[in-house]
Design a protein around this ligand. Structure first.
Ligand code: ARG
Length: 467
């Protein structure tokens, strides 16, 4: 192998094949090509401002970079043996196209500030794509919720039927988790848009490049205040992986609900055939693979977060090659979200509820709290009412009858405060309708909640880019 590495001047021997296989990042960082080329083109213009390049030289570099980009886009880019990473590869190819002037591009620049800039640039665009998918999922949740504002279902704690809720309320609970995720994505996007360009290898640059203008040209919103920090700062990647992990936790929890609710045992939800899979053996099966993968991939993304934090924790100041380990977890997490979310959106858009099955799953035990409230309305302290209703529940169990079928005198024996109208409590819709304070499950409250959610979403869909 020829010794055509970037550091060939100092070296007599070519790198060992085994080193190359370990060290080279081009196989995975080539997807940074567009960001790398955009940063380089902007940097060339900054070098004109600094008096390092003439305008003609910068034009030649820009035209050459355009050609390299076109080669990547057409799938025609051919890596050469010495192409260690995307930065090396682009510069090598640029030299082949425009000649020695290509060698001026790296003046005052290091791959250390370059890779940090490229990755930030790539990540900001990835966040934009992911946030658009999050909004689409939120829209699908709202649309489903609008159709089920009055649809009753059991609400659960400890996977035990607890109190009746509306299906819309259950759907919207995930909407708000995603709203917090979207807010975190926006904050991470902003943190990502700090430009390290001009930091050099670690100490800054002696050239009078206008860092602010360079940053603005790349869509960055600020410049890093410390070159030593800037070249090794991967907080933005950790931030991405944290936000991705927490969002995956939310998606996984939602998926778990839908897996349960669409199981034959519950039968609350029917999944569209296009979003389920069959079994190779058991002809009757319809499996919720999309949801199981949402649940499973949450572990994968959380693993990437744990992995990166461990990579970072022992690093001494400045760039260290360990930092090359930032890319695969980032790329894989972004790919995971961009593959998962469209399928999940499809699941939500096409699922159908079975309101009869949901209603059939309601039992009067879920109105025990309402029974206690009946006593509270008649002046009994809640703690006491709770105990009295507990005895009613036990009595009904002993007599093997539903609460509403227990004779009135049995109620009265437990407490004379139970009124003639106690049976009016056994109305699931009425129970739900009473919980109409802000944030509650009552149809009126949920209508307000959905209106709030639509405002929240529309503000963001109509907003100009947050940067
Ligand atoms: N491929 C490297 C990375 O991803 C680029 C930076 C290399 N810098 C260096 N000093 N070797 O981190």
């Amino acid at each position: 192998m020829s010794n055509n590495t970037l550091w060939a001047g100092r070296y007599e021997q070519a790198a060992a094949e085994s080193l190359r296989r370990l060290n080279d990042s081009l196989p995975f960082d080539r997807r940074l090509y567009a960001s790398d080329i955009a940063c380089s083109a902007a940097y060339a213009r900054a070098l004109v401002g600094a008096g390092v390049l003439t305008a003609d030289e910068a034009d030649a570099i820009t035209a050459g970079l355009d050609q390299v980009r076109a080669e990547f886009e057409r799938g025609e880019f051919r890596p050469a043996p010495g192409d260690e990473d995307i930065h090396t590869a682009v510069e090598r190819r640029l030299g082949e196209i425009i000649g020695p002037v290509a060698g001026k591009l790296h003046t005052g620049r290091s791959r250390n500030d370059q890779v940090a800039a490229d990755l930030r640039h790539w990540q900001a665009a990835a966040i934009d794509r992911i946030v658009a998918l999050v909004y689409a999922l939120q829209r699908a949740l709202i649309e489903q919720a609008k159709g089920h504002i009055e649809t009753l279902m059991p609400g659960y704690t400890h996977v035990r039927a607890a109190q009746p809720v509306t299906a819309a309320h259950w759907l919207m609970s995930t909407f708000w988790m995603l709203a917090r995720d979207a807010t975190r994505w926006t904050a991470t996007r902003d943190a990502t848009l700090t430009s390290p360009l001009g930091s050099g290898a670690l100490a800054g640059t002696p050239y009078a490049i206008d860092r602010q203008a360079l940053a603005a040209e790349m869509g960055f919103v600020r410049v890093s205040p410390n070159s030593l920090d800037a070249v090794a700062d991967r907080d933005f990647v950790a931030g991405f992986l944290y936000v991705a992990s927490l969002m995956m936790v939310h998606l996984s929890r939602f998926a778990e609900d839908v897996i349960l609710f669409s199981s034959p045992q519950y039968g609350f939800i029917l999944l569209d055939e296009r979003f389920t899979t069959g079994s190779s053996l058991m002809p009757q099966k319809q499996n919720p693979d999309v949801l199981e993968l949402a649940r499973g991939k949450a572990g994968r993304v959380a693993g990437h977060l744990a992995g990166l934090l461990n990579t970072l924790k022992g690093l001494p100041t400045g760039y260290n090659k360990d930092l090359q380990e930032d890319k695969e977890p980032l790329f894989d997490s972004a790919d995971t979200l961009e593959t998962l979310l469209p399928a999940l959106i499809g699941v939500v858009e096409t699922l159908r509820f079975d309101p009869d099955r949901m209603r059939a799953a309601l039992d009067e035990g879920m109105l025990a709290t309402d029974l206690a409230d009946h006593l509270v309305a008649r002046g009994v302290p809640f703690r006491e009412a709770h105990g009295l209703v507990g005895r009613v529940v036990r009595r009904a169990l002993e007599s093997n009858v539903p609460l509403s079928a227990l004779p009135l005198d049995e109620y009265r024996r437990i407490s004379p405060v139970f009124g003639d109208d106690v049976r009016a409590v056994f109305d699931f819709a009425a129970s739900v309708a009473k919980r109409n304070n802000f944030g509650g499950t009552a149809p009126d409250a949920v209508r307000g909640q959905i209106a709030l959610a639509e405002t929240w979403l529309n503000e963001r869909l109509n907003a100009p880019n947050p940067s």
